[in-house]
Design a protein around this ligand. Structure first.
Ligand SMILES: [Cu+2]
Length: 360
């Protein structure tokens, strides 16, 4: 951080509060505010000066009866050079300070803790360095829950981001950071939380119906608590059944339950409650036979891989279901989860132990 060309103010001034709602949560955020406010002061100064002079001269040289208009100077090289070069120098300075901050935020220290962020309609999923992606959620009202992403205080954290569907943008206002998240490509930036606390994360790129609900909470916790939480999650995940893993994907990054209810209520897609092993009529007239395990497995996996290949009669075609990039393992977990929601198959061991967040 010592590569930054400005000293950093720690307390939010009035304008910082006005424009940003409060002080930034990291030294880099203070820097951003500082640069922003200096540019603002600079613009206000010139605006007032120029408008003041303009009005003064408009009044002073207004047309008066009996006073003939004066010829204005035709050309003045010296003046024109001055009003080109001086602003260019100021613009150069603004660019320098802005670019310096931008570069500093992008190039993370090599010892940074890497957290993988996957953007997806309409969720953020964090995968930590030990491979856990716990997807703990908190209710935030409006029938919505938001995942909690934890970061250690006082340690640089690099977000390595990608999307599995459309363009999103990972935005943490308190850290003055926003960066595009794209499919088939990784982007990254880093932050360092100064104090424990919660901060909003939003999606800043319109990505569909529930874009505005694509939020998450960044929770800065003391470094030892962070390590302990990762270890705890690791222990918990190791003990999950395939159905529970499937449940995590379906309620978390998959976002499936936005369209597929698990309690029988109607939705955009067929409910999963007691669906497995029941005869399904397809739009093309064929049927998925009841109680044929292999046929059901193929149907479910095919439906997730290629949503529009087989359309459940009565549902829209082409299917509104997003395209996913699940591994064979993950597809198996999802199938296990859907099957576990069928009371006639649910083996006790496959019943999810607890539902992390009631979604509907
Ligand atoms: Cu989005």
């Amino acid at each position: 951080m010592n590569s930054l060309p400005l000293t950093l103010a720690q307390d939010a001034g009035l304008l910082e509060k006005l424009f940003f709602g409060g002080a930034g949560a990291s030294p880099l955020a203070h820097y951003t505010d500082q640069v922003f406010l200096w540019i603002l002061y600079f613009c206000i100064f010139w605006f007032v000066l120029l408008m003041g002079l303009m009005f003064y001269w408009v009044v002073k040289y207004r047309r008066r009866p009996g006073v003939p208009p004066q010829r204005s100077a035709h050309h003045n090289t010296r003046l024109e050079l001055v009003w080109t070069i001086v602003p260019s120098v100021f613009l150069g300075a603004m660019f320098y300070f802005g670019f310096q901050g931008y570069i500093t935020k992008l190039v993370s220290p090599t010892n940074a803790e890497v957290i993988d962020i996957t953007g997806q309609k309409w969720d953020w999923v964090a995968t930590y360095k030990n491979g856990v992606n716990p997807q703990e959620k908190v209710e935030i009202g409006g029938n919505t829950s938001a995942p909690v992403i934890i970061v250690p205080v006082g340690r640089p954290v690099q977000f390595r981001m990608t999307s599995i569907d459309v363009l999103h943008s990972f935005w943490i206002p308190d850290f003055r950071f926003k960066f595009d998240v794209m499919p088939n490509r990784y982007t990254s930036f880093w932050i360092e939380a100064e104090e424990p606390g919660d901060h909003w994360i939003f999606c800043a790129e319109y990505c569909g119906d529930r874009h505005s609900e694509m939020s998450a909470i960044l929770r800065a916790v003391p470094a030892d608590e962070y390590d302990a939480t990762l270890a705890r999650w690791w222990n918990e995940t190791g003990a999950l059944t395939p159905a529970q893993r499937g449940q995590r994907i379906a309620t978390g990054m998959g976002g499936c339950i936005a369209c597929h209810s698990i309690n029988g209520s109607p939705g955009v897609g067929p409910t999963w409650k007691d669906a497995w092993g029941v005869e399904v009529a397809l739009a093309d007239g064929t049927k998925i036979p009841a109680d044929d395990e292999a046929a059901w497995m193929n149907y479910v996996i095919e439906s997730i891989r290629k949503p529009s290949a087989q359309i459940h009669a009565g549902f829209p075609s082409p299917s509104p279901m997003p395209l996913y990039n699940f591994t064979d393992e993950e597809l198996g977990y999802l199938a296990a989860y859907i099957k576990s929601l069928s009371s006639k198959y649910a083996a006790p061991a496959e019943t999810p132990a607890e539902t992390p967040a009631e979604q509907n």
